[in-house]
Design a protein around this ligand. Structure first.
Ligand SMILES: Nc1ncnc2c1ncn2[C@@H]1O[C@H](COP(=O)(O)OP(=O)(O)OP(=O)(O)O)[C@@H](O)[C@H]1O
Length: 572
């Protein structure tokens, strides 16, 4: 039950149970001094009443107190060790499991969740659960179990006085449960507000150049400020809901002591209860609610943690991309067989069929938004098709584990991602373990030499966050060098040469044409110049294949391809 409720591992559940047992024993030990207090009080009362015989020797009482203190220390030490161990280990495991999960998720998942959402789940939610497991859960369960045991004893000894002590606790718990819905709502709203503010600040920093040049910086900052104000409001409301409920609950349990005083006094006056029993219940009532003070607060914290647990569970439940660890392909033809695909229920590819043959360059052409990039992403199983099949050398790509499949592909994306590292390491990303000489050869083939020689440290120069120290064309050449280094049998070029000047583009085209020989190449290019020498063109229009053929055949057909080519000639 604990495993399911708190999304724990088997070991985590086991250790949490041990922690709960230790906490319960700890709480019971804390209750034990009441019996000692009772003995001392009764001894004092006897003395006041003139009796000379001691109920218990002072030495025995001191010894018992020492034993109890030792017991309390041991149980608390065990409880502390167990609960903190389980909390930190579980948290580390949870983060590793989530990271592993992310590795196996389709890219579609990242399109639906933004970065701050994922970061919050991986870091924020995990930290929150760490706190909850080290603190709230064992203490909460320990307190409840201790209270049930003590309550049974109290009810057996005197059910009337027992009820006075027991009843306020379920009433206080009901108050907290009733407030839970409002608390969960406030917690979700608070989370969304934080995320929106985080996104706003992040976007502001990412787009500061554009905002400044458009004179919109102040306007944008006003928007961010509003989001931050809303965060303050939400955070306040988020504290208010559980705060009110916890205060009410704590007040309710205090009525237990009042009830013991009133009912007990009345029963003693009517000779229906002994003074000793009255004192015992008074002592118990003064002590038994103590753990509940912090417990109610922890309960409110636990309710809020359920929102984090749900988010974590949701992420863990996302369907992974699985498949065989081997790809038994026969050659490297890429075939699309009646493939359809939607982003968020919006159909963007509809019954796409074509073959991109090995040792040939196949160009995907079409107006903006016609689905070219989507086709290339499906070819490498970044996403899985909703219907139809994508085959690599006759093997359905959905039957192969993505990591195994990716080994066959070298991809040059439209948006190049570079790391805050040297040129050398950024290129080496194409093939981990490549020697410096191999990296340099790939860099030269991609025409990087000219701009790298201008950098102060050459290939060892740091290029800043996402290559901010480089121009668009230079970034793309690094990306091409990566692909050259990887030397994979299938190459996908997504607008690979878009940011280069004519001179550079020609040089890179030369390098690519040598590299691409004998490979299956799928190239997305808007410029007709870049596809003049391709073997086959697949023209897309609104997610369908409009035409296929060689560039000459399509020009002669005078269809969409011809019109696109014409339009570019006119506009050049
Ligand atoms: N991650 C995404 N989420 C939702 N819709 C998307 C996503 N990526 C693309 N689309 C939509 O899918 C359609 C096809 O996009 P795609 O990028 O494949 O077209 P394209 O032909 O490559 O366009 P372009 O030439 O402008 O790059 C477009 O309508 C686009 O808005």
């Amino acid at each position: 039950m604990l495993k399911k409720l708190f999304a724990l591992s088997d070991q985590g559940e086991r250790e949490l149970k041990h922690g709960i047992v230790a906490t319960t024993i700890g709480h019971l030990c804390i209750m034990a001094p009441i019996s000692l207090l009772m003995l001392v009080t009764m001894g004092l009362l006897n003395r006041l009443c003139g009796e000379t015989e001691l109920t218990m020797q002072p030495g025995v009482i001191v010894l018992m107190a020492a034993v109890l203190l030792l017991l309390i220390f041991i149980t608390q030490w065990v409880q502390y060790n167990l609960t903190y161990k389980v909390a930190y280990e579980e948290s580390a495991n949870r983060r590793i499991t989530l990271a592993e999960k992310l590795r196996r998720l389709p890219l579609a998942f990242f399109g639906q969740r933004d970065l701050s959402d994922l970061t919050t789940t991986m870091m924020g939610d995990c930290s929150k659960l760490e706190r909850i497991f080290s603190n709230a859960v064992p203490s909460l369960f320990g307190t409840v179990i201790m209270f049930v045991i003590v309550s049974v004893g109290l009810l057996i000894m005197d059910w009337r006085m027992g009820l006075c002590i027991v009843l306020p606790v379920p009433v206080a718990t009901l108050i907290l449960i009733a407030a839970r819905k409002a608390q969960t709502k406030a917690e979700s709203r608070n989370y969304d507000a934080h995320r929106a503010a985080y996104d706003g600040v992040q976007e502001y920093l990412d787009t500061i150049q554009e905002l400044r040049s458009a004179g919109l910086e102040q306007e944008y900052l006003d928007g961010v400020e509003k989001k931050l104000d809303y965060v303050v409001k939400c955070a306040f409301r988020n504290e208010l809901a559980p705060g009110t409920a916890v205060t009410l609950a704590q007040l309710t349990v205090r009525f237990g002591l009042v009830a013991v005083l009133l009912v007990g006094g009345l029963l003693v006056a009517q000779n229906m209860l002994s003074v000793n029993m009255f004192i015992l219940y008074l002592l118990v009532a003064g002590r038994v609610y103590e753990p509940f003070g912090s417990c109610f607060m922890l309960m409110a914290e636990l309710f809020s943690a359920f929102v984090s647990i749900e988010r974590t569970k949701k992420m863990e439940a996302t369907v992974e991309q699985t498949g065989q660890p081997v790809c038994k392909n026969n050659g490297y033809d890429i075939e699309f067989k009646d493939v359809s695909f939607s982003y968020n229920d919006e159909l963007v590819l509809n019954g796409i069929s074509f073959v991109a043959k090995q040792e040939q360059i196949t160009a995907l052409v079409g107006p903006s938004g016609s689905g070219k990039s989507t086709v290339s992403r499906l070819a490498a199983r970044f996403w899985d098709a909703d219907a139809g099949q994508v085959l690599l050398g006759g093997v359905d790509v959905t039957t192969v584990e993505p990591e195994t499949l990716f080994k066959n592909y070298a991809i040059v994306f439209q948006d190049v991602t570079l790391f805050d590292d040297s040129v050398m390491e950024n290129i080496r990303l194409g093939r981990a373990g490549a020697t410096d000489e191999e990296v340099l050869a790939a860099a030269r083939a991609a025409q990087c030499e000219e701009f790298v020689s201008r950098l102060p440290g050459g290939y060892y120069s740091n290029i800043g966050e996402n290559g901010c120290a480089l121009s668009g064309g230079e970034r793309q050449r690094i990306s091409i060098a990566r692909a050259i280094l990887k030397d994979a049998p299938v190459v996908i070029l997504d607008e690979a040469t878009a940011s280069m000047d004519a001179e550079n583009e020609n040089l890179v085209q030369q390098a690519l044409s040598v590299l691409l020989r004998g490979k299956t190449v799928l190239v997305i290019a808007h410029r007709m110049r870049t596809i003049a020498n391709v073997d086959k063109v697949v023209v897309l229009e609104q997610g369908r294949v409009a035409e296929t053929g060689t560039p000459e055949e399509l020009l002669n057909q005078k269809g969409l391809f011809y019109r696109l080519a014409e339009a570019q000639t006119v506009h050049r």
